[in-house]
Design a protein around this ligand. Structure first.
Ligand code: UD1
Ligand code: UDP
Length: 380
């Protein structure tokens, strides 16, 4: 019997990391009928990804509101999914990561009686306030889900500590690497992307420092410190060009545009389509970010990362030495940036290619596991 599988996501990073699973499922149409439902918790930033990967959603809740809050969004997701789950009646629902869509989506999916699978399961900081609300979302989602696709052995061991049945956990690698591997060669061979950037006011003869940031726990003082640090780096070092595609969250846009809008050697951009962002990462000397996905991708491209967070649920890259946690302390951000600009040995050791997050086959492992499970169910 063909199993019905619903992939559910809502934000930019979820889409980047779930589309490889979708594409893999499409190779197995005789065993699985797969549909995509987007909550559109993000709108423009999600649509950029769907467009690059040429994917259309079967269901679109179109929920994003300007400066939305966690209460209304969570409620709207659960209520909005009811008719879709009742219409498609999926046997399996797959959610991804740690967003409000993940958490509320897994609740709704469990209400429908579907088997719920969590892609990128088992990341933990053990600090409910950081990252907020993502750590809460992960704890809730793990408690609800029936299958857990852990990107690393460490994430599997976190789940085992929470008494999750080992037979329900599979270590797969992170699908972000699947997406990156299929995109990076395309991007390197696409001269239109290079031409696009050369037409902007960015000095590529300088060393590019690529910046992204959006974490809620950094709103307020955190973002002010980050912007002050970037301003000082740009004014002290004429040999660097800071390029910062600014997240559309108004709590990020406001301070960043106010403090960095008119600073020499700093170029602010709108969020970039995934392909352009991958191209820019590839051209960068150094990346400064609080993003989860970016710190997973950068080691594959041999780029050192300074992570503007105090805690991390992704300690693998810190251990591997490709990432340093710098928090949002202004002096620390400046000090570590200058170190990587001036200490060649340190730079080389951090940019040695080693990615602890996967080999590009995570989606295959996820789909293999689900299909094996469905054939066992039939046998039983
Ligand atoms: C969300 C996730 C976070 C994830 C991040 C990825 C939650 C609570 N947060 O944070 O875990 O790491 O996405 O980027 O789930 N906006 C737009 N257009 C867009 C996207 C956002 O205008 O395409 C603006 C809107 O005003 C929106 C606001 O950003 O209300 C916040 O979006 P939201 O998804 O609630 O939070 P993020 O900070 O994006
Ligand atoms: N990204 C993008 N355009 C940008 C910035 C980031 O396509 O301007 C991609 C990046 O390659 C990564 C993902 O978005 O795969 C990370 O998303 P984000 O930082 O918003 O969320 P997080 O990973 O922290 O949840």
């Amino acid at each position: 019997m063909v199993k019905k599988i619903l992939l559910l996501f809502g934000t930019r990073p979820e889409a980047i990391k779930m589309i490889p699973v979708y594409n893999e499922l499409l190779l197995h149409k005789q065993e699985a009928e797969t549909r995509i439902c987007i909550t559109a918790q993000h709108r423009a930033m999600l649509d950029q990804v769907l467009s690059f990967f040429n994917v259309e959603a079967d269901y679109d809740l179109d929920l994003m509101k300007p400066n939305q809050n966690l209460y209304d969004l969570s409620a709207a997701i659960i209520a909005g999914l009811k008719p879709i789950l009742e219409d498609f009646k999926p046997h399996y629902v797959l959610v991804h990561g740690d967003t409000t869509t993940t958490m509320a989506g897994s609740i709704a999916a469990a209400y429908s009686g579907a088997i719920v699978g969590h892609v990128e399961a088992g990341l933990r900081t053990y600090n409910k306030k950081s990252p907020f609300p993502e750590e809460l979302n992960r704890l809730i989602t793990s408690a609800i889900c029936d299958l857990h696709f852990a990107p690393t052995h460490l994430s599997k061991s976190n789940l085992l500590k929470e008494n999750i049945d080992e037979s329900k956990i599979v270590v797969t690698g992170n699908t972000v690497i699947d997406a990156l591997q299929t995109s990076v060669q395309l991007v390197r061979n696409d001269s239109s992307i290079e031409n696009y950037f050369r037409g902007l006011d960015i000095d590529f003869s300088k060393r590019i420092i690529l910046v992204t940031g959006h974490r809620r726990e950094n709103f307020g003082d955190g973002f002010l410190n980050i912007c002050k640090a970037l301003k000082e780096i740009a004014s002290r070092r004429n040999d660097v060009q800071v390029v910062y595609p600014v997240h559309l969250n108004p709590n990020v846009q406001k301070p960043v545009k106010e403090l960095l809008g008119d600073v020499e050697n700093v170029k602010l951009l709108d969020p970039l389509p995934y392909e352009q962002f991958v191209w820019l990462m590839d051209q960068s000397y150094l990346i400064i970010t609080d993003s989860g996905g970016v710190q997973e991708e950068a080691p594959s491209l041999g780029k050192p990362v300074l992570v503007m967070r105090d805690t991390t649920e992704r300690p693998e890259a810190v251990t591997a030495g490709t990432v340093i946690l710098v928090g949002t302390d202004k002096e620390m951000i400046i000090e570590k940036t200058l170190m990587l600009l001036d200490d060649e040995q340190k730079y080389v050791s951090m940019s040695t290619l080693h990615n602890p997050y996967g080999d590009g086959n995570a989606s295959k492992r996820i789909v293999e596991f689900i299909l094996k499970k469905t054939s066992q169910e039939e046998y039983d």
